[in-house]
Ligand binder design. Structure first.
Ligand SMILES: C[S@@+](CC[C@H](N)C(=O)[O-])C[C@H]1O[C@@H](n2cnc3c(N)ncnc32)[C@H](O)[C@@H]1O
Length: 340
């Protein structure tokens, strides 16, 4: 009797030149290592290159206020908390706005406008991991506020503090307001490190202002909405095309992930794959078996008490928070712990 040996079919994929063109060598190394160990392509990298257009389009289609969608979480919460974030709280004459993860800067337009009218703005600084979103932000800010002093720099807030040399005017009468809007804190792999990096970037007069969704990720009703639906869809398409996985060989799965206590969007493989990363001296094969999933999008909701505990562990102290009218989201304002 003859036995047929079954050698499993393994597809080989090679990321495209377009994929490599938007990342530095260090970023490719981080992508490869995170994929190998944590089975994740961090969402932060999906805002670069074509990803910038994907975010801007998503924002302009689904988030920007229009006649039929009047309410916008960030704009409304910045408005509602204006008294805390206009320099009065710190008794400062002027403020620098340091918008970390600025995106297209649309959420801060009305806030800057209001501050500008009372002559409170010293400088607007946009920071982002994505050079292409910094270009979108800069174009918008220059168009809306041609006379405001502005600058932009590329940083990864998960890996580094805001460099002191860009925080010029360290001056008693000028405070820095660090913004981290768009529920971006929910998307990071290492939120604690991000809070610590903010804390280490701040001086006694400075404030950190961020938004997040309130509640428990584990209670998710299974219906994908907003970013989980439309942004994750586009990111999935961009990644599959750029790392060379055939459409029919994978599917997008959204679910609650206990290990990260987050809602995740995963790319589930239907075939065995070897992804060959070969770029600037990096030569690495990552094996992914049929049935395995890799995370490409994640979102962590916070219960308020857990969030306060997390900021305190990072050396930050709550100044004030408020929720939106549906109590689905909050804006939290913090200062450094040893301030009083
Ligand atoms: C969800 S969008 C929010 C954009 C904008 N703040 C808003 O509210 O519309 C996240 C933004 O943060 C940037 N970003 C994500 N991770 C980052 C990181 N680790 N360091 C710096 N920027 C990051 C993205 O490129 C993107 O512009």
């Amino acid at each position: 009797m003859k036995f047929l040996s079954h050698t499993p079919i393994i597809h080989i994929s090679k990321p495209s030149a377009d994929f490599y063109s938007v990342f530095s060598q260090a970023e490719i190394l981080e992508i490869v290592q995170t994929l190998e160990v944590q089975r994740e392509i961090p969402l932060k990298y999906s805002y670069k290159g074509r990803g910038a257009k994907i975010w801007d389009n998503f924002y302009l289609k689904y988030i920007i206020p229009t006649w039929y969608r009047k309410s916008n979480i960030e704009i409304d919460l910045l408005e509602a908390n204006f008294e805390y974030i206009n320099g009065n709280y710190q008794k400062c004459e002027k403020i620098n706005i340091i918008d970390v993860g600025a995106g297209n800067s649309y959420p801060v337009k009305s806030y800057i406008d209001r501050l500008n009218k009372i002559n409170k703005i010293n400088k607007y600084i946009a920071l982002d991991i994505s050079e292409d979103l910094l270009k979108v932000s800069s174009k918008n800010i220059k168009k809306w506020f041609p006379l405001i002093d502005c600058a932009n720099y590329r940083i990864d807030i998960e890996n580094t503090c805001v460099p002191k040399n860009i925080l010029e005017n360290q001056h008693k009468k000028i405070a820095n307001i660090f913004l981290h809007l768009g529920v971006t804190i929910a998307n990071h792999q290492n939120r604690t490190q991000v809070f610590k990096n903010f804390r280490d970037s701040m001086n006694e007069n400075d404030l950190l202002v961020f938004t997040n969704e309130i509640g428990s990720s584990s209670q998710w009703d299974g219906i994908a909405r907003g970013g989980c639906k439309h942004h994750a869809d586009q990111v999935y398409r961009w990644i599959t095309n750029n790392i060379g996985i055939r459409r029919e060989d994978c599917e997008l799965v959204r679910k609650y992930d206990l290990a990260t206590d987050s809602i995740v969007a995963n790319m589930k493989f239907r075939q065995n794959y070897t992804i060959n990363f070969s770029y600037l001296g990096i030569d690495k094969n990552i094996e992914i078996s049929a049935g395995e999933e890799i995370t490409i999008w994640r979102h962590h909701k916070f219960e308020i008490t857990a969030l306060i505990q997390e900021i305190e562990e990072a050396g930050l102290k709550l100044v004030h928070y408020s929720t939106n009218k549906y109590s689905s989201h909050l804006m939290m304002i913090c200062e450094i712990e040893n301030n009083s």
